[in-house]
Design a protein around this ligand. Sequence first.
Ligand SMILES: [Zn+2]
Ligand SMILES: [Zn+2]
Ligand SMILES: [Zn+2]
Length: 337
Amino acid sequence: MLLSAPAFALALGFATLLRPMTDANRSSEPSTRAQILSDPLSGREVIFAPARTKRPGNHEALREPAAPDEAENCPFCEGREQETPPELFALGTEKGRAPDTPGWKVRVVPNLYPAFERQQVVVHTPAHTRSLADLSDEQLVLIAASWAEAAERAWAQGFDHLLAVINEGVAAGASRPHSHSQLVWLDRLPPEVAAEAPRLRRDGCALCALLHDLDPALKLAERKLGDSTVSLAVAATGRAPYELLVAPDDHQPDAFGSGELLAAALALAAEGVRRLNAVEGASPFNLWLHNFQADGHWHLELVPRLNTYAAIELGGGIFINTLLPEEAATRLREASL
Ligand SMILES: [Zn+2]
Ligand SMILES: [Zn+2]
Ligand SMILES: [Zn+2]
């Protein structure tokens, strides 16, 4: 099919093609350049270009509404344990419960279609629930405990890294709407974690510095546990609008060793999603834990998927963020929950 000239221009993403190239507008090309920022944790390059669009989202990017028969056909719901591979373990179980039967709060099963030698699914709740944002703190404690239990098993079997991730929404790559996380056992640090490791050593940690000097305007919430504080903030150099960062303020490498702090971090991430949803509508997102067994500073990164990554991001490695972090934080803070 041939596209009309304007449609062709839109398909290319070049609005300028619509303008006739005269000498006048050729010379009026804007010469101000946005500053390229470097993310202190990863070294990733980010440009804030807020003039490109008023709102970061387009309606198609929002989460798909629930299908009418979604819960009826959901293999993760309590009572359909036979529809998943046999469970590895479950938490919050009733006394005398047999494996792969009802009576659990969190259930860990092998991934039916693993891409890795070991890849597991943590089913976050027995009742059909579509988002991390809708889980109780008690449930998040059990989820954190299940990640820690899996990590212990991975270390015991000689694996070096456990990559814990949550995808929510089709646009974020989720295959099932029932809230769950995935755990990938690796025999090395994945490249993104390996790239951060030298920047996050105790001696000169970029995340300690970031949190110490954090602009109060970017901070959304915190939770205190004993001497430790976990903070939720808008990422100052996020690659995406509303990108969030959750981390303990003090330098701690291993989240799995401090399950309570990890649960607090998940609760803060859930609050971040609730605020995001209040501002933009039900938003797809990716969330992951960057963990370090040796030296490093663990943290969660939450990347909303309201925008599409294009060639400058994927081919150039330069991320164009259309929403200034201060503006994102203002909107999220003022969201009525
Ligand atoms: Zn379900
Ligand atoms: Zn640190
Ligand atoms: Zn990270």
